[in-house]
Design a protein around this ligand. Structure first.
Ligand SMILES: N[C@@H](CCC(=O)N[C@@H](CS)C(=O)NCC(=O)O)C(=O)O
Length: 373
């Protein structure tokens, strides 16, 4: 199937999707800049990413051509995304109602596309819809009337500060929330820390209101107002969501599958190995010294994991997964920071110690920990 997709006012891309409908897609366009050779034209660069959980493979191809004023575009792909499971019923009803009130459905599609993919706020979308309605009354061509100028177009999240703050549910002393805070700082995404307490008290992670956000009753969790209040919990899942959605320049999350897999592998190891082992060591050290066998087991296992990390850091030129600072470093750092609690002596792991000192110096890390220090 070929879907024509309006990516901005100036670009058009065709995405070919193999048989079967993708359930989740995302599309981004590199910002287009004035073309110095043509003066009035635009430099066209398109990145199309289709992420899918469909069982059949998806193939993509993209083409671009100059915008022709007045062009209207159909947008079936948008609907595929919009009406996927990620879409709430409420939103779906609202959007289809909106569509039916306009003659030129394609321009509504374009606007909604912008809303869905680029973080255009509900309020701004409403403003644009009102503008559309006005212009439609005057008989104007809607396809060209409502779009932002290209340089200001935010499909690629070039201006993160325009995003609405993401809510981060965290705990001042819990390492897992800081992973998310560091990533948000790295990406320059505004966020609000909502500090939770442990237990089932009124502000506790096991209280009913928080269980509605994370049924597992643990921090971290996020709610993203730029994406219909999309909610994610489990630190690793949150890192991957934020990187997939907002690190479109691939600073911390490379585009190459193999590199992603290596990073994923180290994130998974952190979450299933270092975190639980070190966390249990902490527990037996701090709260239950009646079980020396359990304490010894977890301290030993935690130290074994640090040996694995030590070896890896000795071979990667200073970073956990690849040759560069990535999501994997972000996942490991907050636990390494508190290694001493679990009787891990970092001086026995010189590469880990050197790496942790360098990570601590990053601006993002300092800012993320500012509320803690
Ligand atoms: N696998 C989870 C672990 C989350 C976790 O254990 N969070 C701790 C704080 S760092 C927590 O909320 N503990 C509260 C509890 O266990 O009740 C993740 O990586 O997000």
């Amino acid at each position: 199937m070929i879907f024509a997709l309006d990516i901005s006012n100036h670009l058009e891309a065709e995405v070919e999707v193999s048989e079967g409908a993708p359930r989740q897609t995302s599309v981004s366009a590199e910002p287009c800049r004035p073309d110095p050779e043509e003066g009035t034209g635009f430099e066209h660069q398109i990145i199309i990413t289709i992420r899918t959980n469909m069982s059949k493979p998806v193939t993509t191809s993209s083409s671009h051509k100059k915008h022709e004023v007045g062009r209207t575009m159909s947008n079936t792909l948008l609907s595929e995304h919009m009406y996927s499971e990620a879409m709430s019923q409420d939103k779906e009803n609202k959007l289809s109602k909106e569509k039916s009130t306009h003659k030129d459905a394609s321009s509504i599609d374009a606007l909604l596309n912008e809303h869905m993919y680029s973080g255009l706020s509900e309020k701004d979308m409403q403003k644009n819809l009102n503008k559309l309605a006005k212009e439609e009354k005057k008989g104007k061509n809607l396809a060209v009337s409502t779009r932002k100028p290209c340089h200001n177009f935010n499909h690629n999240y070039t201006n993160m500060s325009e995003l609405k703050p993401i809510t981060l549910y965290s705990h001042k002393k819990g390492p897992n929330g800081y992973k998310v805070a560091i990533l948000l700082e790295e990406l320059g995404i505004p966020y609000t820390n909502v500090w939770k307490e442990f237990g089932d008290g009124p502000n506790g992670v096991k209280a009913a209101d928080f269980l509605a956000i994370n049924p597992n009753g643990r921090i971290p969790a996020i709610v993203d107002p730029n994406n219909n209040d999309f909610t994610v919990w489990e630190s690793g899942a949150i890192l991957l969501y934020l990187a997939g959605k907002y690190d479109t320049k691939h600073h911390l999350w490379p585009a190459k599958l193999e590199e992603q897999s290596i990073i994923n592998q180290w994130i998974a190891y952190q979450i299933s190995g270092q975190g639980p082992s070190q966390g249990n060591a902490n527990w037996f050290i701090l709260y239950d010294q009646t079980n020396p066998a359990a304490l010894e087991r977890y301290v030993k296992e935690t130290n074994r994991i640090y040996q694995v990390l030590e070896k890896k850091l000795a071979t990667t030129g200073g970073f956990v997964a690849t040759h560069a600072f990535t999501l994997a470093d972000i996942a490991w750092y907050p636990w390494v920071k508190i290694a001493h609690v679990a009787k891990v002596d970092l001086s026995s792991y010189p590469h880990v110690q050197k790496w942790a000192t360098a990570v601590a110096e990053r601006e993002s890390v300092k800012k993320a920990y500012a509320p803690y220090e």
